[in-house]
Design a protein around this ligand. Structure first.
Ligand code: MSP
Length: 662
């Protein structure tokens, strides 16, 4: 019998920087789903990849002094290594710079144009002549160019538009007739009330202000809008419009697109409208998961509050990190990441409950019977509850997994683990072993413990594939006894099952020691911000230039100390005074990362905000964020002490934003 296809995707990631734990959340969840479906017997296509075009990448590459392709190649290699490290199972990896994808995107654009779904129109906006950039009214800062602070003019430019406006009613109908199309439900209300009901506008789908993208093949000075390019990946990766693959008929429409909540709009409005325009079937579901937050805010490289998944995996094992991500946070909601929560979860669930159950059970089997259980049995009504619970588990896990409630699916399995630990206390094998007439009973108790572990390990396999394989080896359960189906019935292990002592699966972590080690900055790519700074530290940040020793000479540091400081060139986009302070200015900076950075600096006595806008400065980019007068500051400007005054160090205009200073 041929297997049923199942197609699941993650978003394709921007290779603008190293990925953080928030990014890996979605990929791990997708992997868990893919593994689950494979174990159930589906023929799974799991797609992920990288979204490599656009102005942001072009600028980053220029700042790094390399070509865009050189830039993305390096970052993409790191992303692929991360997926290998995190045990991401068999998947197809698409890069939007792959030739076959570019070829398909050109065809998709042309097809939409030929059908009249895309037309040539005029893009009207505010134009900054020196920067050659169009801006919308809302992007302007004080009516001026947000990049350079200069005057903008009303201008118009030829551009292609997609007739998105005509799809409002069809999208409303889609949500109404397919309540499962977009989940969780709250996301539907957001799309309807915030975007569709107010009226959709046609979407500008070409750009001429940069070149790093897929050119419109019949009008190559236009570059295809990066989201049209990116969304198309879900079908080009199956061979739509190209000869590289031939899986479109088999896998399309996708069973589910997993996406983060901020890109739900692209997936539940623009993407279905594009597919309708192409006369293609729509994906069965878009699931908008929540964000992992750090100290209540979204992780972001420019804020310096990102957590490196590779470091966590090296410290605690890949499986422990995967378990934490899916057990701790309800998939549809935001969740706060913290080292304490991670360590607590590993210690309680994995070291205490699961790890301990396995090691106790195997040790007792070896101690009482020398590895192999005798075949005599003596059942007792007190076994019934455990057996019934184990037999009912598969249906419960599947119900939760099919609803993408990973945390509940895992919790159901862990209930069986806890119940088995309780069963050990109830049956007290250490008492039974003393009475030779109870050998059959003791063997039964141990067998029931092993069976519960076998069943729990089957349902935890998608989350912790390596650890579960080790557990199964220890309890003498070979692959045939660990199929997904076999998890539905208690009593599959042979009566004379042979166990094998193995390594400790999840060593207990000393919370205090570990937090101290992590506090030293080992775990985050950049140190995580604390919500509040002690007053003394905050004061230090206000000072415009680094402090010298009382002798007037800075104490000597090594080159390694110096290398710890990340100096970057940044441009002042906006500058205002901090309320109720004569000393502080609040600056919005473009540090080349694509996201604005806010820095508060104690230079108000010597500079007016107007003087600073447009200027390029040097910042300490990896300084722990701190609040000054209640205003968050993400770094500090370099300035020279001249008498009582501070003179900001300015950099000439030709140095790109984000350039490293060393
Ligand atoms: N390139 C687009 C997606 C195009 S899909 C056709 C993009 N890339 S991204 O790299 O910025 O984000 C990729 C995914 O990572 C998004 O789904 C985003 O929500 C997710 N996450 C980024 N930070 C996150 C957290 N802190 N927590 C959870 N997910 C997060 O958007």
């Amino acid at each position: 019998m041929s297997q049923k296809p199942y197609y699941i995707t993650t978003p394709i990631y921007y290779p603008s920087d190293k990925l953080h734990i928030g990014h890996s959340y979605c990929t791990v969840a997708t992997d868990v789903m893919a593994r689950y479906k494979r174990l159930q017997g589906y023929d799974v296509m799991f797609l992920t990849g990288t979204d490599e075009h656009g102005q942001k990448i072009e600028q980053k590459a220029a700042a790094a002094g390399v070509t865009p392709k050189e830039y993305v190649d390096k970052v993409v290699a790191g992303i692929q290594d991360l997926w290998k490290l995190m045990n991401i199972s068999e998947h197809r990896f698409i890069r939007t710079t792959d030739d076959y994808h570019e070829e398909s995107v050109k065809k998709i654009f042309k097809k939409l144009y030929d059908k009249g779904e895309i037309y040539k129109g005029t893009y009207k906006g505010k134009y900054c002549t020196p920067c050659e950039s169009f801006w919308t009214e809302t992007q302007l800062v004080d009516g001026k160019c947000p990049d350079c602070g200069r005057e903008v003019i009303d201008a118009e430019e030829e551009a292609y538009f997609f007739r998105l406006s005509k799809y409002g009613d069809r999208l409303l109908k889609l949500y109404e007739e397919n309540p499962g199309f977009l989940e969780p439900k709250s996301r539907v209300n957001e799309m309807v009330n915030n975007f569709i009901k107010p009226g959709l506008e046609d979407l500008c789908v070409s750009r001429t202000s940069f070149t790093w993208g897929v050119p419109v093949d019949f009008d190559p000075k236009h570059i295809v809008y990066v989201w049209v390019d990116a969304l198309s990946n879900y079908i080009t990766a199956l061979g739509y419009g190209n000869e590289k693959y031939h899986d479109f008929e088999k896998y399309w429409p996708a069973d589910v697109h997993f996406v983060g909540k901020e890109i739900v709009r692209f997936h539940s409005i623009i993407w279905p409208a594009m597919l309708m325009a192409l006369d293609l079937p729509l994906p069965k579901k878009v699931y908008g998961h929540g964000w992992l937050l750090l100290d209540g805010g979204k992780m972001s490289k420019s804020k310096g509050n990102v957590v490196d998944p590779a470091i966590l995996c090296q410290r605690y094992s890949v499986d422990a990190v995967r378990y934490f991500l899916l057990r701790e946070f309800p998939f549809g909601s935001d969740g706060n990441f913290s080292n304490e929560a991670l360590i607590t979860r590993i210690n309680t669930d994995l070291a205490n409950d699961l790890g301990n159950l396995v090691s106790r059970t195997v040790s007792m089997a070896i101690k009482y019977f020398g590895e192999k259980l005798p075949v005599e049995r003596e059942a007792d009504p007190m076994d019934d509850e455990l057996i019934a619970m184990a037999n009912a588990l598969k249906a419960k896990v599947e119900e939760q997994m099919d609803a993408f409630q990973f945390q509940n699916a895992i919790a159901e399995t862990m209930k069986l683990v806890s119940r088995t630990n309780k069963y050990i206390d109830e049956t007290a094998p250490w008492v039974l072993c003393k009475d030779p007439s109870k050998t059959a009973r003791l063997a039964t108790v141990l067998y029931n413990m092993l069976e519960s572990i076998r069943i729990a390990s089957i349902f935890l396999t998608p989350v912790m594939p390596d650890a579960c394989a080790k557990i199964q080896k220890q309890i003498g359960a070979d692959a045939a006894l660990c199929s997904w189906e076999s998890g539905a019935s208690f009593g599959q292990l042979p009566l004379d099952v042979k166990v094998e002592k193995g390594e400790t699966l999840f060593p207990r972590i000393d919370m205090a020691k570990e937090l101290e080690a992590l506090g030293g900055g080992a775990q985050t790519q950049e140190k995580a911000p604390k919500t509040e700074k002690p007053a003394k530290e905050a004061k230090k940040q206000q000072e415009p230039a680094s402090k010298e020793t009382p002798e007037g000479v800075a104490s000597l540091i090594t080159i390694d100390d110096f290398a710890k400081v990340s100096f970057r060139v940044a441009q002042v986009i906006e500058c205002t005074r901090v309320e109720k302070s004569d000393k502080l200015l609040k600056l919005q900076l473009d540090d080349g990362s694509g996201e604005p950075r806010q820095v508060v600096s104690g230079i108000a006595a010597w500079y007016t905000p107007e003087e600073l806008v447009g200027k390029k400065v040097i910042i300490v980019a990896n300084l722990k964020p701190a609040k000054l007068r209640g205003v968050m500051s993400q770094g500090m400007l370099l300035a020279a002490d001249v008498g009582e005054a501070a003179k900001v160090v300015f950099v000439s205009d030709d140095v790109p934003n984000g350039a490293k200073v060393r």
